[in-house]
Design a protein around this ligand. Sequence first.
Ligand SMILES: NC(=O)c1ccc[n+]([C@@H]2O[C@H](COP(=O)([O-])OP(=O)(O)OC[C@H]3O[C@@H](n4cnc5c(N)ncnc54)[C@H](OP(=O)(O)O)[C@@H]3O)[C@@H](O)[C@H]2O)c1
Length: 317
Amino acid sequence: MKAISIAEYGGLEVLELTDQPKPPINADQVLVAVKTASVNPIDWRIRSGGLARFIDCDFPVILGREVAGVVAEVGAEVSQFAIGDEVFGFLQQTDMKWGSYAEFVPADAHKLAIKPADLSFEQAVAIPVAFHTAQQALFKHGGLQSGQTVLIHAAAGAVGSMAVQLAHQAGATVLATASANNHDYVLGLGADRVMDYHQPDFGDQLKAEYPEGAVVIVAPFAGQSLQGSEPLVSTNTRIVLLSPVANPADMKIGPVESEIMICQADGAALGEVAGHFASGELKMEVAQVFSLEQAAEAQQLSATEHVRGKIVIKVSD
Ligand SMILES: NC(=O)c1ccc[n+]([C@@H]2O[C@H](COP(=O)([O-])OP(=O)(O)OC[C@H]3O[C@@H](n4cnc5c(N)ncnc54)[C@H](OP(=O)(O)O)[C@@H]3O)[C@@H](O)[C@H]2O)c1
């Protein structure tokens, strides 16, 4: 099968279009004929070797941790899917070998959901990681409830834009940060107030307007945006951080230690929410669609870290 693989860690140049064997599946897996893959920041961090301590790579490795496609083979213990089903999901491989930048990918059945017919493969593949991460950060780890105030950083990014919508729909007051060019976009998603995190006093300004501070802070990045949140932090605030930090001191904001969260694939939860995306009640902007051969360009764009929405790779028609 056609795939974008890497034979070693490195820069964009290690991404190669190669011919790979069709992957085997376990009894609890299905083989998905890939229509679309997505690009997540973790893809280029794995490629560079930056995550070698956490994720083993069995070279040659095919990258890609989200998929939308059609079930092509079904493992002996899988009862919920049949050949021909249109599915999507977060693959959450523990080690990297078989990813979705390829014509076929194995997937644990419990991580997948049926794709609604009126959701395109491009739209569907943009959803799983952003949805699981935002939902688990806000509610499972943050414990956010209706009427409470949440601060969401990187609100124009994939995870942030999803978090703004979910928090707004849950009845929270949503404060958000983004670069100035993204403010109208973030307000359109349901934020009550948006600030530029580059402005050193954004936290003081928010505190003046929302003296109750924030009960939950979702921070996709450590650093200036998170540190600047301090005026909104009290001992009751839960800070959910989505990136590992180089310096543990960066995790303490005022009196509160941030919790690092790793999102978990959950096909059942994805299945429950899928209809809301199909109806347009929830949306995930697709920033750009690339061909499989353009995987390096797609990763280069992701690595700018200023993309609005999700980058998609179209593998087959
Ligand atoms: N722990 C987990 O399980 C998990 C899951 C998913 C993602 N993540 C991590 O969460 C982060 C965001 O993921 P994503 O998929 O949403 O990425 P993304 O779509 O590429 O996020 C891009 C957004 O981040 C904002 N941004 C860039 N640098 C920033 C900074 N230093 N401070 C604040 N905002 C900044 C940009 O905002 P402006 O353009 O408006 O400046 C842009 O809108 C990544 O680091 C990713 O690895 C972690």
